[in-house]
Write a protein that binds this ligand. Structure first.
Ligand code: ADP
Ligand code: MG
Length: 364
């Protein structure tokens, strides 16, 4: 088992508390993404797992083994950084072979392992090239091969694709997913890019600006059922209405100033904050909203507004609609029919509506 368990970890720099009592379980053999804004403490957590830094308090386990105070070279953990940190004076082969030589493995074993790994990352033909003859993407593949050839239990990746251009990043992401699938090593992938995290992760954790984990789940769980408006806004985009909770016997409503009472659904697992009069939020994703110029008579989840801008993307169109409470909401529509004339125009009065089960009620 290569599960990483982080229990009550605290870390300060000078008197600045970066991580406070952090608890997190990273499942064995998964592609795990840690997503959070810049400066939230992601790299700090990763450096603690790798052993580059010491915790102030708390414990870190890999499997059943307490590695909190284990020296770096005795942890079966390897790290790939944003900056490749390759040895510029060594060629591709020697860069990848470096760790194996330190372990004093027999030459033929080293040859075999390096060849196999360079094949996995598609660099066999570049084996004897100097590092400075490689492209950015190739360098990052060398860095990956060098980290993975040591067969670590855990591979830590700290924004490894940040220095690459968009096209290459997408290609490398697919390669990383395939590599993890082949090796079944636990990958911990740090990023501030939500699209990247959604793409790669089996499980993802969302860290907020204060270094606290707000939610852990599959990309679908996080996207469809965020637990806070921070998560809802950080992963994808969303519209947030704030109001007062009204609990009737037959239905639950959100009373929003200037907009009226909007039907909502309480999650099955009732939380302590879901009480009459609570100040709460409703998150509605833009693609869950619909737009129409005519009123739908039997729809209670409907609000009136005015179109302030239209952004045509080809396959979809985004409408920005100004509501009566001065909030502008985003509505995405799929252009699944030919649009010959623009049906909805700027300054049009429109109705936006949604199914109440497609919105999520949030405490904060
Ligand atoms: P992230 O990787 O999420 O962008 P970091 O873990 O790098 O965030 O940094 C979190 C906070 O800790 C930042 O405010 C950063 O300035 C601070 N920090 C990180 N490393 C050090 C250090 N060695 N000394 C002092 N402060 C640091
Ligand atoms: Mg970082």
């Amino acid at each position: 088992m290569r599960t990483i368990t982080i229990v009550g970890v605290c870390k300060s720099y000078h008197n600045d508390e970066i991580l406070q009592n952090l608890n997190l379980t990273i499942p064995s053999g998964q592609f795990f993404a840690l997503l959070g804004p810049s400066g939230s403490g992601k790299t700090t957590l990763l450096r603690l797992i790798a052993g580059f830094e010491e915790v102030d308090a708390g414990k870190i386990y890999i499997g059943n083994k307490d590695i909190t105070h284990t020296p770096i070279n005795e942890r079966k953990v390897n790290t790939v950084f944003q900056q490749y940190a390759l040895f510029p004076h060594l060629n591709v082969f020697d860069n990848v072979a470096y760790g194996l030589r330190i372990k004093k493995l027999p030459i033929d074993v080293i040859e075999q392992k390096v060849h196999k790994m360079l094949k996995v990352v598609g660099l066999e033909k570049q084996m004897y090239k100097a590092i400075n003859q490689l492209s950015g993407g190739q360098k990052q593949r060398v860095a990956l091969a060098r980290a993975v050839v040591n067969e670590p239990d855990v591979l830590l990746l700290d924004e490894p694709l940040a220095a690459l251009d968009q096209n290459l990043r997408e290609k490398m992401l697919v390669e990383l997913i395939e590599l993890q699938d082949t090796l079944k090593t636990t990958f911990v992938y740090i990023t501030h890019d939500q699209a990247e995290a959604l793409t790669v992760a089996d499980t993802m954790a969302i860290m907020n600006q204060d270094g606290q984990i707000e939610q852990v789940g599959t990309p679908k769980e996080i996207y469809e059922f965020p637990v806070s408006s921070f998560v809802a806004q950080f992963v994808g985009s969303t519209n947030i209405l704030s109001g007062t909770l009204v609990l009737h016997e037959t239905e639950e409503l959100l009373d929003v100033p200037y907009l009226g009472k909007i039907p909502v659904i309480l999650p099955k697992e009732r939380a302590a904050w879901m009480v009459e009069g609570a100040q709460v939020f409703l998150s509605i994703r833009p693609e869950k909203l619909h737009i129409s110029k005519t009123e739908l008579t039997d729809f209670s989840n409907m609000l009136q507004g005015m179109v302030t801008s239209i952004i045509y993307y080809g396959r979809s169109t985004q409408y920005n609609v100004l509501l009566k409470n001065d909030l502008t909401v985003e509505v995405f529509t799929l252009n699944d029919k030919h649009i010959t004339t623009q049906e909805i125009d700027y300054d049009d009065q429109v109705y936006i509506y949604w199914q109440k089960e497609n919105a999520v009620l949030l405490k904060e």
